[in-house]
Design a protein around this ligand. Structure first.
Ligand code: 5GP
Length: 184
């Protein structure tokens, strides 16, 4: 689906498909270099990071392992609360592993800081973060991702894996959702 298919629901296209792919290729090359000679485990955060992960690993030139976690941050609508629950844990024992968490978006940082603490307590060799998007104005808890795709304004975005009520994940672009859709 393209933004053109849902014009009345979208305020603007923030990032096009080609902008996203170019940036993913750059970061994949950087990760290839940074982790050369080490086994890397990419941990995708469901469901938002599915499309990022799918494209990112195909830009990489080294072997990688993939695993997935699903967490729910209690909250309502478009706000996250920082109270996190694991819905699906990793299948992999990550003790001694180099882990790179792949996230769709870093908003307040509440979810990711909780996740990093959780993964860090499992005896990893290292744990770093790649967030495709970051909203610098929304940060409440400082999280320092090693890799960031794009810094974006503090607006609610959808597409490329990011949903509102499970819709819009299959949009090719990253778009600003028109606030009328969520009653804003
Ligand atoms: P945080 O805990 O950093 O505030 O939020 C993390 C999660 O909130 C993200 O993984 C994502 O699921 C959701 N989120 C935060 N901002 C947005 C946004 O602009 N659009 C969408 N669709 N989800 C968001």
């Amino acid at each position: 689906m393209d933004a053109d298919h849902v014009p009345s629901e979208i305020t603007s296209v923030l990032l096009t498909e080609s902008q996203i792919q170019e940036r993913l290729a750059e970061i994949a090359a950087q990760v290839d270099t940074d982790y050369a000679g080490r086994d890397l485990l990419l941990v995708g955060v469901l469901k938002g990071a599915t499309l990022v992960m799918a494209d990112f690993v195909r830009h990489m030139k080294s072997h990688v392992h993939m695993d997935w976690m699903a967490v729910s941050s209690y909250g309502s609508g478009t706000q996250s609360s920082g109270v996190v629950r694991i819905l699906k844990d990793l299948d992999t024992d990550i003790a001694g592993r180099h882990v790179l968490v792949v996230e769709d978006i870093l908003d307040t940082g509440l979810t990711l800081s909780w996740l990093l603490k959780n993964l860090g307590s499992r005896g990893v060799a290292s744990v770093e973060v790649f967030a495709l998007l970051r909203k610098p104005e929304a940060v409440k808890v400082p999280v320092s991702p090693r890799y960031v795709g794009f810094d974006i304004p503090n607006v609610f975005v959808v597409g490329y894996g990011l949903d509102y009520n499970e819709r819009y994940r299959n949009l090719r672009e990253i778009c600003v959702l028109d606030p009328w859709v969520y009653g804003g």
